[in-house]
Design a protein around this ligand. Structure first.
Ligand code: HPA
Length: 314
């Protein structure tokens, strides 16, 4: 007869089996008895991170200094890197796999502007169905691999009425009440405090360096507040207006969770949005994913010049 015990997870973190089973104990039954919750659920976050980092250190033995996340339509930026090793997400233990068109789904290790970098060609989004902890898992991995600065990029809708398609907006701050905070749950004290300060989520020093580089390279930059939504729908006209009224300059479906986890670990962040569509608009045009990818691709050379200059300067 099969083992029919029901398991209860106690607040102490220990599993006990309930409803005594008249059948002789089976191995499954015994193995569950008094098993720690973490082991019952699989590996702890720290164990998973350790396994992933050990794996990647075998693939690439140098220590990357800068981590880069390439947003929608920006995957070709990886071609700027003098590539030393590429590892497909599908081959990395504990990594989620990206499902979005336009996301290449690999970690690219190499040299850019004389520094060792690791770039995520493709990121994980909450709207794909991943838990917040999965979305930020690679950021923690890159930090454990040794990065000291994180550069984030994304495609975003402009809600600041002075923005145009193709603009690059330096993110100075963000607003997100919609995507779950990735630090919800037991704090991992090894990474940072329970209540991290978020008064400077995007480092002023990096912003100031980026502005100097943009000036030297004749790149016109906007700056503003990134408003995070879950997606995957683009916003209604009323929502774009509300986001503007609430203080957003651009709206997008990524970045904030990654920024939070980096701040928790004391990792300085610089982030930009490529404005790929204008949310607040008079005419009747609709917004499509294809248009977003196209606009991001067109703005890529400006983003590349900015990131390359910044990496050289840090
Ligand atoms: N809204 C949300 N996310 C986006 C948009 C948008 O208009 N454009 C690109 N990503």
């Amino acid at each position: 007869m099969p083992c029919l015990s029901v398991c209860f997870v106690m607040s102490s973190g220990v599993i006990v089996t309930g409803i005594p089973d008249p059948s002789p104990p089976c191995i499954f039954h015994l193995s569950l008895y008094l098993l720690p919750y973490s082991l019952y659920m699989g590996k702890t976050m720290l164990e998973q991170l350790d396994e992933t980092v050990q794996f990647l250190r075998k693939q690439y033995t140098q220590v990357p200094e800068v981590g880069i996340v390439l947003g929608s339509g920006l995957g070709n930026f990886a071609a700027e890197i003098s590539v030393e090793k590429e590892v497909s997400y599908a081959d990395i233990p504990n990594f989620p796999v990206s499902t979005v068109q336009g996301h290449k789904g690999k970690l690219v290790f190499g040299t850019l502007s004389g520094k060792k970098v690791v770039a995520m060609a493709g990121r994980f989004h909450f709207y794909e169905g991943y838990e917040a902890q999965d979305v930020v898992f690679p950021i923690r991995v890159m930090k454990l691999l040794g990065i000291q600065t994180l550069l984030l990029s994304n495609a975003a809708g402009g809600v600041n009425t002075s923005f145009k398609v193709g603009d690059i907006m330096i993110i100075t701050d963000h607003i997100s009440f919609h995507t779950p905070n990735p630090l919800i749950g037991k704090n991992i004290d090894e990474f940072g405090p329970r209540f991290p300060d978020m008064s400077e989520p995007y480092k002023k020093e990096l912003i100031s360096k980026a502005k100097d580089i943009a000036e030297k390279n004749n790149i016109h930059l906007k700056q503003g507040v990134y408003f995070a939504v879950t997606g995957p729908t683009f916003e209604t006209r009323a929502e774009y207006k509300m986001i503007h009224v609430m203080g957003g300059d651009a709206v997008g479906m990524s970045t904030v969770q990654e920024c939070i986890i980096a701040n928790h670990m004391g990792l300085p962040v610089f982030a930009v949005s490529i404005i790929t569509d204008i949310g607040i608009r008079e005419d009747d045009n609709i917004i499509t994913h294809e248009e977003v990818l196209e606009a991001a691709k067109n703005a890529e050379p400006k983003l590349a010049a900015l990131f390359k200059g910044l990496i050289a300067a840090i």
